[in-house]
Design a protein. Structure first.
Length: 281
């Protein structure tokens, strides 16, 4: 700690981009999300967040989180006593926004990230933090030994930063241990991965995406039996979500749709059902 707050140490800066996006969004009268907790966390971290001010990708990060929220909320409504696993939780506050008091919740991330997380979040009987790499199968044993399905797995802004061999390993692990479960994940096409040094936010941090994917149909080729339930770009969000956005934001998204920019069209937000019979139903 310093007089200015929590220092980052070696934590990846990429987790700060969506956090700051939610904090900035929360200040707006027509916010996409209401996340006062994000503002509190930003104020407690000793970091120059101003480097991300006015970047379009902040809005994109908020929209991505909002769509993931909707998918999780729909699952909670259908399965109130389900288990949610945040893969690569970072400084996400989805639990604070969506928890119903009946769900088991696991926040998984690397040890240095979890060290930072523990400055702001405390485990409870319904919520547990796990310090481990997603590629380490031991974390799955922790989840399955303490919670039943059905399971919802959320991997937001995580898998594109792994190499393809690790992504294949992780997806195989999830399919084997959480058969039939829902998985929300984002994928980035080759046009994004090869030009990320020019990205408005990623160009300001050290982390780089390594796995390029043309879309969820590619995942189905890796995992026969995988079902694609939804796949959207930021310019083609589901109508129920789109209609709740402010007029100015809808206009911006319409402009993106007309331009068909590779950095927009190649970035997809996906909801899939893993192959196999679901457990715990």
């Amino acid at each position: 700690m310093t007089e200015h707050g929590v220092r980052l140490g070696t934590v990846q800066e990429t987790l700060l981009i969506p956090l700051y996006g939610r904090a900035v969004d929360n200040r707006k009268p027509d916010a996409v999300l209401r996340d006062a907790r994000a503002e509190e966390i930003v104020a407690s971290i000793d970091y120059d967040f101003a480097r991300f001010d006015n970047l379009p990708s902040l809005t994109g990060a908020v929209l991505r989180t909002s769509l993931f929220d909707r998918w999780v909320a729909d699952f909670l409504a259908a399965h109130p006593t389900c288990t949610v696993v945040e893969i690569g939780a970072g400084l996400n506050t989805r639990y604070e926004r969506l928890d119903t008091g009946r769900t088991r919740w696991f926040d998984l991330d690397l040890p240095d990230v979890i060290d930072l997380r523990r400055s702001f979040f405390t485990d409870t009987p319904h919520r547990m933090t796990i310090a481990a790499s997603v590629t380490d199968a031991a974390w799955v044993d922790t989840v399955t030994s303490q919670a039943d399905g059905p399971y919802f797995l959320a991997a937001e802004a995580v898998l594109p930063y792994l190499v393809e061999t690790d992504v294949r390993q992780v997806l195989g692990l999830l399919a084997d241990r959480f058969p039939g479960s829902l998985l929300a994940l984002d994928t980035a096409g080759p046009g994004i991965v090869t030009t990320q040094d020019q990205h408005d936010a990623l160009s300001k941090v050290d982390a780089r995406m390594q796995w390029s994917c043309t879309g969820p149909t590619e995942l189905a080729e890796w995992l026969p039996g995988l079902t694609v339930l939804a796949s959207h770009t930021l310019s083609s969000l589901p109508r129920p979500m789109h209609d709740t956005l402010s007029a100015s934001l809808q206009e911006m998204l319409a402009g993106l749709a007309r331009q068909r920019l590779p950095q927009v069209e190649e970035y997809r937000l996906n909801l899939v059902q893993l192959p196999g019979a679901p457990d715990g139903r």
